[in-house]
Design a protein around this ligand. Structure first.
Ligand code: SAH
Length: 208
């Protein structure tokens, strides 16, 4: 029982998440469980629980823990949902979703990132409820639509219309949106109509 990351993970949950007002216990539990250090390049493992984003290779980044937890909380998960994620990256957000939802469908445009993430989640971490696709996230993943939730983790100038089409009735989508400056936006679909709420300012890599 000498894993130094256990303590770092616990401190991250208390100081970065709970202290800043995050309250969804299922999300906090997932953040306290998923070994973020495994999603890092080896030289950066020591910084895994730092309060900021970190590079994951291919010019991409893994989001700050707070942003991962906040976006997950915004999805309002009860546990039985099917979730579409755009931007697999390291697979860390997908792992947090795998802990808090029923099934996760995650799409990544850079093949080597998708392969590394699926190797880690399906192999080492043994998640059986995460499905990986290599492709352009703007197209979503029509075969498994509609989704109860959609989370986009790279920033489009505007939310891709196709993804609204793959969101089920009563569904929630969360995305960083904007070309120059970005805001996190939460969308709710009711009676086929989309209502948008703009939240905090954020900085994500662009959806290409
Ligand atoms: N969710 C990730 C972080 C995302 S970083 C994690 O937890 O680590 C943003 C990711 O979106 C990058 O991996 C980038 O390659 C990917 N991306 C950018 N444009 C995309 C597109 N059009 N379709 C799918 N993925 C895209």
């Amino acid at each position: 029982m000498n894993d130094p990351f256990v303590e770092l993970r616990r401190n991250m949950v208390e100081r970065q998440l709970r202290a800043r007002g995050l309250r969804d216990e299922a999300v906090l539990r997932a953040m306290g469980k998923v070994p973020r250090e495994l999603f890092m390049e080896e030289g950066l493992r020591g910084s895994s629980y730092a309060d900021g984003p970190l590079p994951i290779g291919c010019g991409q980044t893994i989001s700050q823990p707070y942003i991962v937890a906040y976006m997950t909380e915004l999805l309002g998960l009860a546990g039985g949902e099917r979730v579409l994620e755009i931007g697999t990256g390291s697979g860390y957000q997908a792992a947090v979703l795998a802990e808090t939802a029923a099934r996760v469908y995650t799409v990544e445009v850079i093949p080597e990132l998708s392969r590394a993430a699926s190797g880690l989640l399906l192999g080492r971490l043994n998640y059986q409820n995460v499905f990986f696709k290599i492709g352009r996230g703007q197209e979503g993943w029509p075969e498994f639509a509609p989704y109860d939730r959609i989370i986009v983790t790279a920033a489009p100038a505007e939310f891709p219309e196709r993804l609204f089409g793959q969101l089920g009735e009563g569904g929630i989508a969360v995305a960083p949106v904007g070309a120059d400056s970005q805001r996190l936006v939460r969308y709710v679909k009711r009676d086929g109509m989309i209502r948008a709420d703009e939240l905090i300012g954020v900085i994500f890599v662009p959806l290409v």
